[in-house]
Design a protein. Sequence first.
Length: 298
Amino acid sequence: MPSDRALVFPGLVPLTRSELAAVLDERDALLELAGAVCGFDPARLDVTEGHAGLSSTTHEALLAVALLRRTSAEQSRWTAFGGMSAGCLPSLLAAGVISEESCFRLIHDINESQIAAKRARPNGITLALLPSSRGDAERLLELMAEWDDPPWLSVDLGDGLIAVSFRGSDTEALTRRLAPYGAAVLDRIDRAEHCPWALPERDGFAGILAETEFRPATAAVVDPRTGARVDDTPEAYRHMLTEQWFDTASLPRLVDGLCAIDSVGAVDLVGPSKSVYVSRLRALTAGRAGHRLLTIRG
């Protein structure tokens, strides 16, 4: 029987005030490095509003700190890793591909470049949508593909929960346009993500990755875009990070890829206990693999 375990790092999930406070209460070297590289002082952060009061750079850095601390405290040794969106960088760190400093430098450079590019040229929004079923989600995407300004499926979390990037930014108008299809709008992100018009553009993204050192992996890494195992070369890791930035990230494909790794019999998730990833991963592994949640503090 397969007995090895794989681990999923989630995307940029919301963090509550208590979760952020738990991260900041422990002043270790990892938190100090995150602050120094990403440009914030842990002692001066105001977490009253939770993640909503922080820049995306600080939010992602603190999430990475929380996830990495939780996995380092675990006795398990994972055979394979995969990350969704923002989770790609800590997954590469956990697999030994990049250093801690490189992880936080990439978090800083990617987010700050995105913020600057979006300020100069807004590129749309991303809406989290919940149709009534997986079939309805597929039909919705088919119908939206016929629009004059077709959106892009940016994230697929399974069972019909999707995030779609739109070129426009008027949420109320888009909500009215979506209403006849029976899709509920769950959340809004003020930028278009995981789509061909994501920011920074390809040249800028390539420049950010150019100086990063990618080392031989100590475990398998699975691409959230294709579900395929990433070749253990610097070029392949750069390609994975770039392509998932400009194309659909898929939790079902990621889980399929992790379960296909020889000897993997369980897929763990690290993250907040109330994250939507918990129910989605449980559903995706039902009947074919074990599931365990490693809950971060807070």
